[in-house]
Ligand binder design. Structure first.
Ligand code: ATP
Length: 234
């Protein structure tokens, strides 16, 4: 595997809202093409970390490097151009636009549309339907597909299983695993669903009090899911 310094490197990042600190000097490194799960109790700052990586929240201290370049002072569109894609929690598809129009908003050149449809047959089938008419699971696929249109090298994915029935969560997990294998794209997955996290990611980082407080190979968590308990009960 390539060196972590070529992937995403976060050093001493401090960020929050209105002067309040959520991320309190968090540091981590993720190699190119590596898939990492971020686990932790509600409200510890996992979403805040993804938003800060994406440039949606400006950190008050620390640095973020991607592919060897510093990105923490850049605008979100520049960070997207550098190769990072973000699928926010709650999906946020445009309900009145068709599936196809939603996808094209991810990349107006639409060069990658056929590849996205190949990964998500349900979207291909419903390409002329309004996004708002899709099921929750299909909307999640649409949100992921829209971000994949720009061919990110690293995907930030916030709780894709939230509010989706288990069989569909498994299907989305399978599709994502196929995409990660086919493209070599890196992944940072925030997820409460341990099956999804262990299926997609090789390493889990546990977040609490604005720091990474532990790390486990997901194979170990799969073999013994109780290994997450000490971290989530901190
Ligand atoms: N827009 C905001 N303004 C002020 N405080 C916020 C805002 N968004 C989040 N917070 C606070 O920041 C802290 C971290 O929230 P964050 O959403 O990053 O946590 P999380 O680990 O992703 O949890 P969850 O799983 O509940 O989404 C929480 O205390 C939350 O209340």
């Amino acid at each position: 595997m390539a060196d972590r310094a070529d992937g995403l490197v976060i050093e001493g990042l401090v960020a929050g809202y209105g002067g309040g600190i959520v991320l309190d000097g968090i540091s981590l490194a993720i190699a190119p093409g590596e898939a990492v799960a971020l686990l932790g109790r509600n409200g510890v700052g996992k979403t805040t970390l993804l938003k800060t990586i994406m440039g949606l929240i400006r950190p008050s201290a620390g640095a973020i490097y991607f592919a060897g370049k510093r990105i923490d002072r850049r605008a979100p569109f520049e960070i997207a151009r550098a190769g990072i894609g973000y699928v926010p929690q709650g999906r946020e598809v445009f309900p009145d636009l068709t599936v196809e129009e939603n996808l094209f908003l991810g990349d107006l050149t639409a060069k990658n549309a056929d590849a996205v449809y190949a990964h998500f047959p349900a979207l291909a089938e419903k390409r002329r339907e309004p996004g708002g008419r899709l099921s929750g699971g299909q909307q999640q696929q649409l949100a992921i597909g829209r971000t994949l249109m720009a061919k990110p090298r690293l995907l930030l994915l916030d709780e894709p299983s939230e509010g989706i029935q288990p069989s569909i969560v498994a299907e989305i997990g399978q599709i994502l695993a196929g995409i990660v294998a086919a493209t070599g794209m890196g992944l940072i997955l925030v997820e409460q669903n341990l099956d999804m996290a262990t299926r997609l990611c090789s390493r889990a980082l546990f977040v609490d009090h604005g720091h990474v407080v532990g790390e486990e190979p997901t194979a170990a968590l799969k073999a013994d899911p109780r290994r997450v308990d000490p971290y989530l009960a901190l």
